[in-house]
Design a protein around this ligand. Structure first.
Ligand code: NAD
Length: 415
C-alpha cells in the first residue's frame, strides 16, 4: 500500500478545517481535537506452550459531550496509539453525523490473532476486558467489534465485565451474539448502512444502481456483506473484490454466494474460479461506477487519488482516504461518501442494541432495518444539505455537521 499518513493528524486537519469554517474559537477547536481520556494497558497472558506473553492495549475515550463513549475494539499487529486516537475521534464525529446520543471511543490490542489459538485469544480478551473494566460500562463507555473481533470476543468481554460486577450487564458491549442480547441485523448493519448511503448518492447523481459496476477492497465483515447486499437489493454487478492476500476481477461479475463459499473454504478470495488476479492497489483504480474501500485506512493517498476512476467511493473502512487525496478526488468529480456517514450503520445498530438491552425488550429484524434506513437517509440528507450550502465535498460537509453538533453540546454543558 502507498505512503502511510498519521490518521490522528489527518483527523485533526479535518476538525481544524470544519472548526474554522464554523467560526469556532481556537480553544473549542482544541477541545474537539483532544481525546478526553486514554488508558494504556500491559497485561500478561498464558500462551498454549506454557510461556507468558505481555500484550499492550489501549482504550481511548475521545468525547462524551453528547452521550456515553462508544467504539470498537481492534486486534491487529499494527495497532498504535495514534491510530486508536484517530479511530476514537472518528466515532465522535460518526455518532454526531447520524445524530445518536453517544460519544466516541476506541480500543485495540497489538497482536496477531491469526497466529493465536482460540484459547489464547479468549484469555487475552478476558484479561484486556478486566483491565479496561475501570472505564467502561453501560452508562460510561460501550465497546463493540472492529477489525479481527466479532461476536465471540464481545461475549467474552460481556461475561468478564458481568462477572466482575456480579450481575448480568448486556449493555456494556454491542455486537454480541443474539443469544446474549445482540440485536438482529447487527452483523450486516455497517454494510447495510453503506449501501443505503450509496443508494442515496445514486438517487442524487442520477446513477442507476441496477447493473452498476462495483469494486470492493476488503472482504471481511463490511466488504463481504456489502457485496451481498448491493447485489441482492440493488442488482449491482460486483466485478472485483480483494482481501489481505490479494484480489480477483471478472468483468462479467462475481456472485456473492460463490465468492463467499470460496473464501470460507480456502480462507481467501484469491484463485476464485473464472477470475483474474488483481493487486490491492490496482483494485482501487478500476473503472467502475462504485468503489467500496472496506479494508484499512490510508489506502487512497495523494499518490493514487488521481487514478481513481469510480464515480462514487463509499467508505466502508474508517479513514481509507487521506486529506490530500480527498481534495484530488473532489476536483476530479469523484463523489466520496465519507466514513463517518457511509459506515455509520454499524454504530447505529449498536446503538439500537444498547437501547434494546437497556429496555430489555427486543425488536424484529425488519424494525431494526427500517429504523437504520431512516437514520441513514436523514443523515445523508443532512450532510447533502451542508454539501450544497457550503459548496464543499461530502466529508467537509459531514465534519461541519458533526463538529457543530458536538461543539453545541459542549457549549451548552459549559466547560
Ligand atoms: P474484518 O477483519 O472483518 O475484515 C477486514 C478485511 O480487510 C479482511 O477481508 C482482510 O483480509 C482485509 N484486509 C486486511 N488488510 C488488507 C490489505 N492490506 N489490503 C486489502 N485488504 C485487507 O474487518 P471489518 O469489520 O470488515 O472492518 C473493515 C473496516 O471497516 C475497518 O476499517 C473498520 O474500522 C471499518 N468498520 C467496521 C465496522 C464493523 O461493524 N465491523 C463498522 C464501521 C467501520
Amino acid at each position: 500500500m502507498a505512503e502511510k499518513a498519521n490518521p490522528f493528524e489527518e483527523m485533526k486537519k479535518m476538525v481544524d478545517k470544519a472548526g474554522k469554517t464554523l467560526g469556532l474559537d481556537a480553544g473549542t477547536i482544541e477541545v474537539m481535537k483532544s481525546p478526553k481520556r486514554e488508558l494504556h494497558v500491559h497485561f500478561p497472558v498464558k500462551m498454549d506452550d506454557g510461556t507468558t506473553k505481555v500484550f499492550n492495549g489501549y482504550r481511548v475515550q475521545h468525547n462524551d459531550a453528547r452521550g456515553p463513549f462508544k467504539g470498537g475494539i481492534r486486534y491487529h499487529p499494527q495497532v498504535d496509539i495514534d491510530e486508536v486516537r484517530a479511530l476514537s475521534s472518528w466515532m465522535t464525529w460518526k455518532t454526531a453525523t447520524v445524530d445518536i446520543p453517544l460519544g466516541g471511543a476506541k480500543g485495540g490490542i497489538i497482536c496477531d490473532p491469526k497466529k493465536m489459538s482460540v484459547g489464547e485469544i479468549e484469555r487475552m480478551t478476558r484479561r484486556y476486558a478486566s483491565e479496561i473494566s475501570i472505564i467502561i460500562g453501560p452508562e460510561k463507555d460501550i465497546p463493540a467489534p472492529d477489525v479481527n473481533t466479532g461476536g465471540k470476543e464481545m461475549a467474552w468481554i460481556m461475561d468478564t465485565f458481568s462477572t466482575l460486577k456480579g450481575y448480568n450487564c448486556p449493555g456494556v458491549i454491542t455486537g454480541k451474539p443474539r443469544e446474549l442480547g445482540g440485536s438482529l441485523g447487527r452483523p450486516e448493519a455497517t454494510s447495510r448502512g453503506l449501501v443505503f448511503s450509496v443508494r442515496e448518492a445514486a438517487k442524487r447523481t442520477g446513477m442507476n444502481l441496477k447493473g452498476a459496476t462495483v469494486a470492493i477492497q476488503g472482504y471481511g465483515n463490511v466488504g463481504a456483506f456489502a457485496h451481498k447486499l448491493i447485489e441482492r437489493d440493488f442488482g449491482s454487478k460486483v466485478i472485483a473484490v480483494s482481501d489481505s492476500q490479494g484480489g480477483i476481477v471478472n468483468e462479467k461479475g462475481l456472485k456473492y454466494d460463490d465468492v463467499w463459499a470460496h473464501k470460507v473454504k480456502t480462507g481467501s478470495v484469491k484463485n476464485f474460479p473464472g477470475s483474474k488476479p488483481i493487486s490491492n492497489e490496482d483494485i482501487l483504480e478500476l473503472k467502475v461506477d462504485v468503489l467500496l474501500p472496506c479494508a484499512l485506512e490510508n489506502v487512497i493517498t495523494k499518490d493514487n487519488a488521481g487514478r481513481i476512476k469510480a464515480k462514487i467511493s463509499g467508505e466502508g473502512a474508517n479513514g481509507p482516504t487521506t486529506f490530500e487525496a480527498d481534495a484530488i478526488m473532489w476536483k476530479n468529480g469523484v463523489l466520496v461518501l465519507p466514513d463517518i456517514l457511509a459506515n455509520a450503520g454499524g454504530v447505529t445498530v449498536s446503538y439500537f442494541e444498547w437501547v434494546q438491552n437497556n429496555y430489555n425488550y427486543y425488536w424484529t429484524e425488519e424494525e431494526v432495518n427500517q429504523r437504520l434506513d431512516h437514520k441513514i437517509t436523514v443523515a445523508f440528507k443532512d450532510v447533502w444539505d451542508m454539501h450544497e450550502k457550503y459548496k464543499c465535498n461530502m466529508r467537509d460537509a459531514a465534519y461541519l455537521l458533526a463538529v457543530k453538533r458536538v461543539a453545541d453540546a459542549a457549549k451548552l454543558r459549559g466547560l
